[in-house]
Design a protein around this ligand. Sequence first.
Ligand code: ATP
Ligand code: MN
Length: 477
Amino acid sequence: MKRTKVKELLNSTAYGAEIKLQGWVRTFRNNQFIAVNDGSTINNIQAVVDFQNTDEATLKRLTTGAAISIIGELIESMGKGQKVEVKVKTLEILGDSDAEIFPLQPKKHSLEFLREIAHLRFRTNTFNAVFKVRHALAFAVHQFFNEKGFVYLHTPIITASDAEGAGEMFRVTSLDFDNPPRDEAGKVDFKQDFFGKSTNLTVSGQLEGELAAMALGEIYTFGPTFRAENSNTTRHLAEFWMIEPEVAFNDLEDNAALAEGLLQYVIQYALENCADELEFLNNRLLEEEKSKPMDERSEMDLLTKLRFASTSDFERLTYTEAIEILKNSTPNKKKKFKYLIEHWGADLQSEHERYLVEKHFKKPVILTDYPKDIKSFYMRLNDDGKTVRAMDILFPGIGEIIGGSQREERLDYLEKRMDEMHIPKDELYWYLDTRRFGTAPHAGFGLGFERLVLFVTGMTNIRDVIPFPRAPKTAEF
Ligand code: ATP
Ligand code: MN
């Protein structure tokens, strides 16, 4: 007999049917009621044991976490809160779970504690919901681009170009770490390394993405990226997933419209396809908020926030306009910002980004035209000679969720910028070739996937939206 998933059983009205139910015990009460979960939904189904006709030893083994297999009858439930339940005919324990040592008990555990047992946290409702939403968002990203005719491009994970992330890259080598070969000057001789040169894990697929976009027209990447930045924050990981579209003939306005469309599409998809999970996460947050003082509670609950973000236009303004707002803001005047905004050219910190989004505009914001000195070499120079066609999208509770730009397509401008920033042109000859042969305007951006999942699930720490987080001093499992 084939098992029926809990999700299906809960929606079934085939009362009297014999079914097979397999899953894990969440709770066992009154020597009679087993709450069974099989992962197909965050909801449990109740299985009722005829304890008078079941041997004592078996009942004792019905502990939280035990895997069980039941043949029983689907019946209408008398209890409240559920439509159906299963009357157990035969019960088999597939795998015991010793209650004395199993770390998950039927009570609320802190997220910090669960992070330490990340190999078991999938078994909680919270993480069941988080990873279902994560899946749905990933699927929606592919669907969005596929519907638009984009090509999913797999850019390399090992790369020899360190143009972007000087000092922030993880080295990849097969040299003997204790005794590496050295050249005459005594430096490690990477000519003898696996690839014949020094290589790293990628920080972004953009440069390679541009090469493909300049022929295929519209591409996107969706893969892991790595940054050895020592940022111990709730928004940074050392290994995270990034979505990077790149589109030929797009300018910055097209780029912003694409980004806004993508974000709204995937949030909408999650609202439509993860109703149970989002309702659960919404209630979880409401519960958490109860312990906060009134003035620290959010104005919108999670579901309202998601509906709002997926339907209202994002605010668009330039960096220069944002600096004016920040300069004149109350926290700046009262010296409440850690980094005060005193002059044009200052890099925006997450406190400034969040002020703009959460206090000033109260909606997602697209900031454009940043000073060239705080942005990357490949961004297109504006006619003012001071700013570049960059855009960051800022989200409530998150800060920067997207960073992108219209690219510098003019070879002479690009080379000049590379010289100024000491980027080796010879190593990047292949990148410059796109500008040498049939160059054209184009634009793209990078969306940090975990920051998106953070926003949609309402979780607060990025380590809780990726199964096994990699961060400074953290590489367990
Ligand atoms: P931040 O200023 O927040 O460190 P960044 O400017 O370094 O971000 P980009 O290089 O523009 O970010 O990367 C594009 C996107 O990738 C960001 O908008 C963000 O969503 C995501 N991202 C960047 N760094 C990380 C990280 N360490 N962990 C998770 N996501 C990240
Ligand atoms: Mn960064």
